[in-house]
Design a protein around this ligand. Sequence first.
Ligand code: GDP
Ligand code: IMO
Ligand code: MG
Length: 427
Amino acid sequence: MPAVVVLGAQWGDEGKGKATDQLGAATDFVVKFNGGNNAGHTVVVGNEKYALHLLPTGILTPGVTPIIGNGVVVDLEVLFSEIENLTARGVDCSRLRISANAHVIPSYNRTMDRVAERFLGKRQIGTTGRGIGPTYADKMNRVGIRIQDLFDASILRQKVEGALVQKNALLVKIYNRREVDIDIVTAELLSYADRVRPMVVDCGLELNNALDEGRTVVFEAGQATMLDVDHGTYPFVTSSSCTAGGACTGSGVGPTRLDRIVGVAKAYITRVGEGPFPTELFDADGERIRAVGAEYGTTTGRPRRCGWYDAVVARYASRVNGLTDLVITKLDVLTGFERIPVCVAYDVEGVRYDEMPYDQSAFHHARPIYEYLDGWTEDITGAREFTDLPDNAQKYLAYLESISGCRISSIGVGPDREQTVVRVPLL
Ligand code: GDP
Ligand code: IMO
Ligand code: MG
């Protein structure tokens, strides 16, 4: 019966892929409900390392049905190259299903993403350049192209034409680029139709039936709470709903059916791209976290900005998602720090904020107020029970739990599937 949402509680790359993968064999369906190939979820299984962008993590577990939900935006070239790469590595991708209502990322939206960023100059978002923003904009603007549109050449051409009327004017007159040819784009999209057709499903119907039959569905988020288009640090966000509500709108399953909402957070915090980040480190500690935690983007390879755990962000994520469980990852990365600062509140020009300021300018000026905890030096990567962890690591976690607004159910002590301490099973 369980329907479990796994989402990011920070600015992304918290280890959602690993957390979803761990539910593994106990799962029947894994549905991705938002984002696209801006995501990069790394899963380590023994000696094998997989970097998934568009495909749900469930693809790696035999017997699980992975579904790309209607809330996802799909770059078809990336979809098939991921399928080919995984198939070549012996992963069975034949179970993959895709919602008829998912939107596709036409090649012109990759162009739009990049030129728009260039035009923003100093105010750029630092997007992944994958065409995510323009494709969600088209969806809301009702000029998007859906998976189901690939199956009628004449409708598809009309839709491409509809989208390109404005875009071509923009590209030529404002961005000084060449016009996009409607027929070339239509032919490019049509070339995927036969390969996509067997995968297409009514995602909501499929999942509701599965839940009726007592099966288990995991809803896997891309990005994270602080990158959510409504609840994140707008405009420095992605363009989709990464929070718990997005699991419903992005898959066609109602909120009353969700049983658990699991937030994934690192024992510290990172961010890729531009935007405010109160606990960001610019010193040797930040360098050390980046080096030990291998904090480089899975998708763009950019160095991730690193900082101390921010409990204001954690409480905010607990609240806007209604978290039932928190998974703390990468605790092992903090091993060896003598003292570990934890941000408990912000100081904004002399005023203390215990909760996230709703005002963007205040957040931009927020300075962290820290509590300091004693570190540990013991290697914790072999810990499997909470009591295997050194006293100070246990105290660190107990402290995080006391100020994050949610119980900590699981703790990551290394990238491998097995390197986890489970306190409360998520399924
Ligand atoms: P996602 O986008 O939320 O799935 O996260 P990413 O895969 O982009 O980034 C998380 C990285 O941390 C990946 O390289 C994981 O293999 C790795 N990872 C996950 N959990 C742990 C952990 O507990 N310890 C360590 N050292 N690495 C982890
Ligand atoms: P996962 O799922 C971290 C960031 C980009 C940029 C902003 C907007 O691996 O956690 P976009 O291309 O989405 O329009 O870029 O969002 N971003 C991510 N940061 N992890 C991700 O995904 C991200 N997906 C987008 O860096 O700041
Ligand atoms: Mg990632």
